[in-house]
Design a protein around this ligand. Structure first.
Ligand code: GLN
Length: 222
């Protein structure tokens, strides 16, 4: 009996993290999440997920950066959007970086092309403006203050990044850059306009993994 209890506790401490493996910087997100697991001394595994049956088995999902229109098209073809949507609405934590933030959002538009009509998960109650800082050549890095993650500055890497132009009432601002919202949290969902997986600093991922652990142990408020 005692042995069983221990085994159960050990299991609930072991996290299974999925990185949506359709397009974009999948490997970089896998490495960053693995590093954060190590830094937190948590057991677990991180792997790419594509299909609904894989999405059923994870405790937390990362939606990587890349090209959101391509990612939503591929997710539609592979029928993974409804499974992702249901798991997140049931409380599974999700972290969307850049293109991933766009896919989680309620609405996305582009300054030059307007409405993009791409399929979105829509659970994060924000409106995002895609490519708001310009093209690839206008990519940049900036030191951000993200108090929820730690008191020292955090390197924000912005690559054809969106900005969050409207926020719903349950959405908390995590970070701003030049007075524009660039990271948010809404209960179990985090969205960043920048790429925390490219900063060489695992604190953002550690914050996310703690959310996943809370979810797994039934402590995450929905
Ligand atoms: N501009 C891209 C898009 O709209 C996002 C860029 C990124 O993920 N670095 O999908």
């Amino acid at each position: 009996m005692k042995y069983d209890d221990t085994a159960k506790t050990q299991k609930s401490k072991s996290l299974s993290i999925g990185v949506l493996g359709l397009q974009g910087d999948i490997e970089e997100n896998i490495s960053a999440a693995r590093q954060a697991l190590k830094d937190l001394k948590l057991e677990g595994e991180v792997r790419p997920v594509r299909y609904p049956e894989e999405i059923e088995q994870i405790d937390g999902l990362v939606l990587p950066g890349g090209e959101s229109t391509v990612q939503s098209t591929l997710a539609t073809i592979q029928h993974s959007l409804p499974a992702i949507k249901r798991r997140i609405s049931e409380g599974m934590p999700a972290l969307g970086t850049c293109a991933g933030l766009i896919i989680l959002s309620r609405r996305a538009y582009d300054k030059t092309v307007g409405e993009t009509g791409q399929k979105l998960i829509g659970l994060l109650d924000v409106v995002v403006e895609r490519n708001a800082f310009g093209r690839q050549g206008e990519s940049f890095e900036s030191d951000l203050q993200i108090p929820m993650v730690g008191k020292d500055g955090f390197k924000g890497v912005f690559i054809r990044a969106p900005i969050i132009s409207e926020l719903g009432k349950d959405v908390q601002v995590m970070a701003k850059f030049n007075n524009k919202t660039v990271a948010v949290r809404q209960k179990n969902i985090i969205g960043t306009a920048f790429h925390p997986e490219l900063s060489g600093d695992s604190r953002f991922y550690q914050y996310f993994l703690k959310m996943v652990l809370d979810f797994k142990q039934g402590r995450l408020q929905r």
